[in-house]
Write a protein that binds this ligand. Sequence first.
Ligand SMILES: [Zn+2]
Ligand SMILES: [Zn+2]
Length: 350
Amino acid sequence: MRRDSLITLTARGLFCERGDFYIDPWKPVERAVLTHAHSDHAYRGNGSYLVAKEGEELARIRLDPDAKIESQPYGKSSLVNGVKVSFYPAGHILGSAQVRVEYRGEVWIISGDYKLTPDPTCAPFEHIKCDFFITEATFGLPIYRWPNPNEVFAEMNSWWRRNRERGKASVMFAYSLGKAQRVLAGVDDSIGPIFTHGSVERLTNAYRNAGVRMPKTTYAGNVTNKKEFAGSLIVAPPSAQGSAWLRRFGPHSTGFASGWMMVRGARRQRAIDRGFVLSDHADWPELNRAIRASEADTVYVTHGFSQEVARWLNENGINAVTLKTQFVGDDALDLMDEESETKLPPKWRV
Ligand SMILES: [Zn+2]
Ligand SMILES: [Zn+2]
């Protein structure tokens, strides 16, 4: 990045000096603009926040209770010290946004985390043309190609049905913000009752408040008769794996929903009965499609396989540069307690 460029990378995060604001800063700053509420993008302790209206409640849940949060609907723009700032859907989780920054005709898109796969729990990714496109590369290798989500949900349903026939509960581990709600929206709730871990229940209610259709769920902590759990589906964050919390469910089978379930051995390593390949990030074809559609002169690549993606783009006539940000990549967080992302084992750090 040029020193005088509209967006620069600093020790605190991506910075727009002209507008005096940061995008997803990882150290405290006066003014933060957020792409979405995942903890590796929405750090606490900033002076003020600007978020997409559609993700405002999630931001309020994730940030300090007294955080100063302003919001702006998708597609609307505002001037921050003379710099035009707007949000466009990123298709990643509810309220996730690409941040569009424009000054004197120069346009940047900071896409945050995104996917193009249809997802009923959030607005679809919008292709916005720009001069500079900042993209993630969490799954930026040609081996990553997601199966059709409908097939994945059909597998989930038959796993749940079979467990139910055997009187077993089905415990599905899914990252509590985004993935858990995608699982809930995708499963067939006529199979049996659905129970949730507290963190999942709270965030799922935020989805309901935003008008996203969710099946009926019951917070598992409110259940006194443990027999109710037999044959049910329980949605819990990955941190619950191996915890005493699981004992109440009696005999059960475990499942895990993550893009990493495509990696051979990931399921076995975590001693999970069933892995389901379900990611909220773009796979290899989606990354290529989004980058081409941006028609950017320069693409900055961050997260995950940034070097591989940048090399591929340069070999294919697109000017690309890697960018070393400190986003952990929440599909890595997928595998961990969201509160302990800094303690990720090295093999999951992307
Ligand atoms: Zn994310
Ligand atoms: Zn991320």
